[in-house]
Design a protein around this ligand. Structure first.
Ligand SMILES: [Zn+2]
Length: 149
């Protein structure tokens, strides 16, 4: 059984809304497995690597005439800086996508949560998030009402 760690629970508050840390862990695991199968993940990873390489080359060509450092050393410094700037961006993007996935899973289980900002929608009377204004499916807050097709 995979349990969500307290650290993960803290980083992703959505995890606390699941029935148990085991339940949250299963969802996290499903997410990770899904990432490996998603083309976008590999394209993103490849794109990131290529992006670092291309930025390095461009900066290298543009700046090198003014900087008197051996080429290889300079390339190392520039790629380090580019990757250093890219990783937080990538981490943010990753976190953003995971949180959205977690919210979707919660909504699927009938737990009302705003898909955009994660606001707890229990007790709302209007099908609109009071925090960010995003409209949501009214069925979420009235789960007992019969569905109209
Ligand atoms: Zn919201």
């Amino acid at each position: 059984m995979r349990k969500a760690t307290p650290g993960q629970m803290k980083r992703y508050p959505e995890l606390q809304r699941f029935d148990s840390p085991e339940d949250a862990g299963q969802v996290l695991y499903a997410w990770q497995r899904r990432q490996m199968k998603t083309l976008g993940f590999w394209v993103g990873l490849f794109g990131f690597t290529a992006g670092v390489g291309i930025s390095t080359a461009v900066i290298l060509i543009a700046v090198q005439p003014w900087i008197h450092l051996p080429g290889s050393m300079f390339a190392g410094v520039v790629s380090g800086v580019t990757a250093g700037a890219g990783v937080p961006g990538l981490a943010w993007f990753w976190r953003h996508r995971l949180r959205r996935f977690l919210r979707l899973q919660l909504v699927k289980r009938g737990i009302p949560i705003c898909l955009k900002c994660g606001y707890d929608l229990r007790g709302q009377t209007e099908p609109r998030c009071p925090e960010c204004g995003t409209p949501f499916d009214a069925k979420l807050i009235h789960p007992t009402e019969p569905e109209t097709v």
